[in-house]
Unconditional design. Structure first.
Length: 323
């Protein structure tokens, strides 16, 4: 389990830059120590009392579950133990797991008439848990890939995007390679977004435009300090993290998003279950239901992820190609 200090650092990493560069003012809203015991970062509740958006059981959808799961009455859910706001992290009590992935899984479980039994584990043990039958599902930012489809079934619930984040107020927008020509952009080394940015820079040079100046830093705080000080024009990173930082800190904006898989395919995040477990149809039906009734959209809005919404859940759609 994460310590209180670890949680504080993981959340502070997303808001530290604007806080450190600001002068004076009331810091309560940003630190989570506001009047009346408020536990918020910006406008986002990070306390244990989440007041989650809930759904009601739909008998026709619950009937799609295997009989053994209906009888048990629980959804054995695996999730990553890492601190990754806003997807999944610990609340300020160091015990309660919160985030958009938990909220979406809760909507699905409610619709199916099941109670969640949540187990936080390391990333690799999510799939070990599915393989062994310990978990019925994983809601943990798992991208659909062709390789994973050989062992698992997927019901999609969010787009897998990356985002360009720039200082608030800029009119600059990014849609294609030429939009980043001559810019200084930070990215994490060894990531898929780095590969995409390098490819875009090469395309710009081939077209007679200026290349991208790519910068690397060690910590999230370093990226955001560089952004606020003007040492970089933008930071390219995972869309959920960028959206959370924009919402919680209020000093930046997203100026463009694209698939985490590049321009070849739209990456998608999905509820994951062991292949042929008999559960994927029920998950997809439950997701379609909460998408239609609006509760799914309210959850994404709550965490600043509305731009990653899907119109319907797809079962085993085309995934990222094999390496």
């Amino acid at each position: 389990m994460l310590s209180r200090r670890t949680l504080a650092l993981s959340v502070a990493a997303l808001v530290a830059a604007p806080l450190l560069t600001a002068c004076g003012g009331d810091s309560d809203a940003a630190t989570g120590t506001g009047k009346g015991g408020s536990e918020k970062v910006g406008g986002i509740n990070i306390g244990p009392d989440q007041h989650r958006i809930r759904a009601k059981k739909v008998d026709a959808i619950a009937a799609e579950l295997p009989a053994a799961v209906r009888k048990r009455g629980t959804l054995r859910l695996g999730g990553s133990a890492d601190a990754s706001p806003p997807l999944g992290f610990y609340a300020t009590d160091d015990k309660t797991r919160i985030g958009s992935e938990i909220d979406i899984a809760t909507l699905v479980a409610d619709t199916l008439g099941l109670k969640i039994e949540f187990s936080p584990v390391s990333w690799e043990n999510l799939f070990v848990g599915l393989d062994s039958g310990k978990f019925d599902a994983v809601f943990s930012n798992v991208t659909v890939t062709e390789e994973r489809k050989e062992k698992y079934d997927f019901a999609t619930y969010r787009l897998d995007n990356i985002a360009f984040e720039a200082k608030k107020g800029t009119n600059w927008r990014v849609k294609e390679p030429k939009d980043v020509a001559g810019k200084t952009i930070a990215v994490s080394s060894g990531t898929n977004q780095e590969k995409i940015l390098v490819d875009w820079s090469k395309q710009d040079e081939k077209a007679g435009l200026k290349p991208v100046t790519i910068k690397y830093f060690q910590k999230d705080t370093d990226y955001y300090l560089a952004l606020q000080s003007g040492r970089i024009d933008a930071y390219l990173g995972p869309s959920p993290s960028a959206a959370y930082h924009v919402e919680s800190a209020g000093q930046s904006q997203i100026i463009g998003t694209l698939s985490g898989a590049g321009d070849k395919i739209q990456g998608k995040i999905a509820a994951t279950t062991k292949k042929d477990s008999g559960l994927v149809d029920a998950y997809a039906a439950a997701l379609d239901h909460v998408i239609k009734d609006g509760s799914y959209g309210r959850v994404l809005k709550r965490w600043g992820l509305s731009t990653e919404a899907v119109e319907k859940s797809e079962i085993n759609p085309p995934g990222l190609p094999k390496p």
